[in-house]
Design a protein around this ligand. Structure first.
Ligand code: SF4
Length: 426
C-alpha cells in the first residue's frame, strides 16, 4: 500500500481508506476514527489530525506511553506499528555470487548486497565489464548458459526467489518483473508487428481476448506518448525511429503492470534529446504506479537525473553506495571520485577530459586484494593483500575501501559496523 503523499492526505485519511475489516460499518468507522485520535494524543501528545503522522513517529513515542495506548486498543497496532524492514522491501539481495563455468570456475559478481523499496529508483553505475548487466540478468533469471548463481539469496516481496523453480521465475518475469534492454532494435522481433509483440504479453500473462488485448495495446502506446497508436500496431520495428522503438519496449515492459522494472542502459543508443524524454517517462511511471526501477547505466549524469540511491559497481562488486547527495557531495571511493571527475561539463571545456587510468581487470586477472588496486592513487600495501569489506559510514552511505573507511570514521564521527551492509535494509 502506498504511503500518503505529503500535503494531500493525512495519515488518518490514509488509514481510514484502508477499509480495515473492523471499520466496515459506519459506527465502527466512527469508533475507529476516535480511537486513532485518542491514540495519537496519548502517544505523541496532541491532536495531529491535520498533519501527517507516520507509524514510525508513533513508534518513536516514549515506550511506557505506547504500551499504555496499545493495551487499551487490541487492534490498533495493526496500523500503528511500523512495517518491518523486510515488509517494506520489494527486492532484497544478500551476498549474491554468480560464477562462470570454465575449466576453473570464474566469479563474475560477488558479495552483492542490495535492497530496493517500493517506488524507489536505484541506479547501478560502473564501466563496461563491472557486472551491472549480470546482476540485472540474475534478478530476472536470465543468466546466459554457463553462468549460474553460486551463492547468496534473492528475496522478492519476502519470498525466496533463489529457491523458485525455473517455471515460477518464468511466471514472475514479464508480469511482476520486467526489463528494458539497451538496444530496442535487437530486442524487438523484426518479423512481428508492434501489435503482435504487445498483445502477446497481454494474452499470455493476463489471458486477454484478442479485442481486449488490442484495446489495451493502444492504451499502452498512448501512455508512452506514441502518436497514432492504431497505425503503430500494424508497423514493424524497422519502420520506427530509435526513440519510438524504445517507447514500444517500455510499453511492452509495462503491459502487465510490473512491480520492478529493470532498465539496462535504456538511453545509451538514443540521441540526447530523446534520452531526456525517456528519463521523464520512467520518472512518470514511478510516480504514477509506484513501480520500483533498477536503472543500469555507465553514465553518472543519467543516474543523478533520476535515481534516489546509487550503487557503484567495480569488477563484480559494489564498491560504494548511498543516496545521490551522499555520493555526489562526498564520494569516498577513489573509483566513484574518478567517475564523477570524468563527467563532461561546459565549465571544463578547455580542459582535457579526465579518464581513470587503466582498465577493469579481466575475470582471471582479479587478485586477492582490492580489485581497484592497479588504478588507485591511494593504494597501499594492505590493499594488495586484503580485500576491503563494504563498511557503513552513517546514513545510507557505505564504501569498500581501506583509505575511505579510515577517512569516513573520522569525518563522520561514527563507528562503522564491522560487517557488510546493504543500504535500505537496516
Ligand atoms: S582499498 Fe586501497 S586500492 Fe582499493 S580503492 Fe581503497 S585505497 Fe584504493
Amino acid at each position: 500500500m502506498q504511503k500518503p503523499e505529503a500535503n494531500k492526505q493525512t495519515w488518518m485519511e490514509y488509514e481510514r481508506n484502508k477499509q480495515l475489516p473492523f471499520a466496515k460499518e459506519e459506527n465502527e468507522q466512527e469508533l475507529y476514527d476516535s480511537t486513532v485520535q485518542r491514540l495519537l494524543k496519548q502517544t505523541v501528545g496532541g491532536n495531529r489530525q491535520d498533519t501527517i503522522v507516520k507509524p514510525n513517529e508513533l513508534w518513536g513515542a516514549p515506550h511506557i506511553q505506547q504500551e499504555q495506548a496499545f493495551s487499551d486498543l487490541n487492534y490498533v497496532d495493526q496500523f500503528a506499528q511500523p512495517a518491518s524492514a523486510a515488509e517494506e522491501l520489494l527486492l532484497d539481495i544478500r551476498g549474491l555470487e554468480v560464477q562462470l563455468q570454465a575449466k576453473k570456475p570464474l566469479t563474475v559478481i560477488d558479495s552483492i548486497d542490495l535492497t530496493v523499496k517500493q517506488g524507489e529508483i536505484i541506479g547501478i553505475v560502473g564501466e563496461s565489464g563491472c557486472g551491472k548487466s549480470v546482476l540485472s540478468l540474475s534478478i530476472m533469471g536470465l543468466l546466459a548458459d554457463g553462468m549460474h548463481i553460486q551463492d547468496g539469496e534473492i528475496w522478492y516481496q519476502s519470498r525466496p526467489m533463489h529457491q523458485f523453480t525455473a517455471e515460477q521465475v518464468r511466471r514472475l518475469r514479464g508480469k511482476e518483473l520486467a526489463m528494458i534492454f539497451q538496444d530496442p532494435l535487437t530486442s524487438l522481433n523484426p518479423s512481428l508487428t508492434i501489435g503482435q509483440q504487445l498483445t502477446e504479453m497481454l494474452r499470455r500473462h493476463l489471458r486477454f481476448e484478442k479485442q481486449q488485448a488490442n484495446r489495451e495495446a493502444i492504451r499502452l502506446l498512448q501512455r508512452v506518448e506514441l502518436p497514432r497508436p492504431e497505425a503503430l500496431l500494424k508497423a514493424y520495428p524497422h519502420q520506427l525511429s530509435g526513440g519510438m522503438r524504445q517507447r514500444v519496449m517500455i510499453a511492452i515492459a509495462l503491459s502487465c503492470g510490473p512491480k520492478l522494472l529493470i532498465a539496462d542502459e535504456p538511453t545509451t543508443a538514443l540521441d540526447v534529446t530523446i534520452q531526456a524524454d525517456i528519463l521523464d517517462l520512467l520518472r512518470q511511471i514511478r510516480d504514477e504506479d509506484q513501480t520500483s526501477i533498477l536503472l543500469v547505466s555507465h553514465d553518472l549524469g543519467v543516474i543523478a537525473e533520476l535515481c534516489d540511491r546509487i550503487a557503484v559497481m567495480y569488477a563484480g562488486q559494489i564498491v560504494e553506495q548511498g543516496t545521490v547527495d551522499e555520493l555526489f557531495d562526498s564520494p569516498k571511493h577513489p573509483y566513484t571520485e574518478g567517475l564523477l571527475k570524468s563527467i563532461p561539463s561546459p565549465a571544463k571545456k578547455h580542459e582535457r577530459l579526465y579518464a581513470i587510468p587503466g582498465v577493469v581487470p579481466a575475470l582471471h586477472e582479479r587478485g586477492e586484494g582490492c580489485r581497484f588496486y592497479s588504478r588507485c592513487h591511494l593504494a597501499s600495501d594492505i590493499c594488495l593483500k586484503h580485500q576491503p569489506a563494504l563498511i557503513g559510514l552513517g546514513g545510507q552511505h557505505a564504501v569498500r575501501c581501506f583509505a575511505a573507511e579510515q577517512e569516513g570514521r573520522i569525518s563522520n564521527g561514527v563507528s562503522a559496523p564491522a560487517t557488510s551492509t546493504a543500504i535500505g535494509r537496516n
